[in-house]
Ligand binder design. Sequence first.
Ligand SMILES: Nc1ncnc2c1ncn2[C@@H]1O[C@H](COP(=O)(O)OP(=O)(O)OP(=O)(O)O)[C@@H](O)[C@H]1O
Ligand SMILES: [Mg+2]
Length: 363
Amino acid sequence: MPLCPGTPTPAHSTVTETHVITTTGLTKVYRSRGREVTALDGVDLHVREGEVYGVIGQSGAGKSSLIRCVNLLERPTSGTVTVAGQDLTALAGRGPRAGKELRQARSRIGMVFQHFNLLSSRTVQDNVELPLEILGKSGKERSRKALELLDLVGLADKAGAYPAQLSGGQKQRVGIARALAGDPKVLLSDEATSALDPETTRSILALLRDLNRQLGLTVLLITHEMDVVKSVCDSAALMENGRIVESGTVSELLATPGSELAAALFPLDGEASGEDRTVVDVTFQGESATQPVISQLARTYNIDISILGAAIDTVGGLQVGRMRIELPGRYEDNVVPIGFLREQGLQIDVLGHESVLVKEGAK
Ligand SMILES: Nc1ncnc2c1ncn2[C@@H]1O[C@H](COP(=O)(O)OP(=O)(O)OP(=O)(O)O)[C@@H](O)[C@H]1O
Ligand SMILES: [Mg+2]
């Protein structure tokens, strides 16, 4: 029984799918005090409808610039941004008269911030009503919608409270309710959990996942924590120096030889192959039947196999993982057992055999 598709899929989305967020050649150059900083350097992002998409990268990589350009809080230097079929960059380029259209388009994009950005002088309910005021909704309609959203995020009893009376997690729930006020198709979140403790982080991530499932909401989430990607994301992109250097669904990334993101999601220790050993990473997804396969391999070829490490996790509801094993002897001595593993539908990377890895990966 194959455990995962034999051939690795390239870790890139194709344009034939329904993408709710697309950027092409997105570039942002900040100019301040005579200096230029290129924060985004030609970013092509494709976020599918209904998915949770994580963008990860070190500080200064350009993550916030990307999310701020996606909702036009920041004007891109060049490139295009399309959200829910609407070219926002074209709207923004049409001058002040397009302002109303742009505002309406933006109301279809919810935004959640790291530091919540709540107005301290307003009650929880009034904070949630704010976007509805901007959209010109009646008082009755605003109140109904705000209470419904507060109920959705589990804060029905806090409508009359002020932000200062809430915990960090509760404040972020208000931030999420406010972001949902305009019935957005897309929710953007910039480090929404970075100011929260691990347990509160988990509950906020679970809420985002629920909203994603219940409302079919597409979530683009910026984070610098691998655990966040692991627990909620269907797809992920790695940013470095203003560029996306890897992207794909988490399973695609896992099945991609040499993927930095996959290695960061599933870290394994162990040395590279050498004269007396061949170290192999086995990637699998779906029903975890790797262990019996390894035992069968040992029996069939009468070899001692050491398991150096294993990382198994549930990503987006699917079990995925990597196991690092060591076979005695050089790679050349192990071509047949490695072929056996591949025949089981497992993705195989031989560590320290770069030319082999490239050749195998290209199969
Ligand atoms: N308003 C601005 N003016 C000038 N430079 C800016 C501005 N905003 C961001 N930058 C620069 O652009 C680059 C990318 O910044 P950005 O905030 O997008 O990174 P980030 O990945 O979100 O980092 P962090 O994880 O620290 O939030 C950095 O070099 C930053 O100094
Ligand atoms: Mg940032």
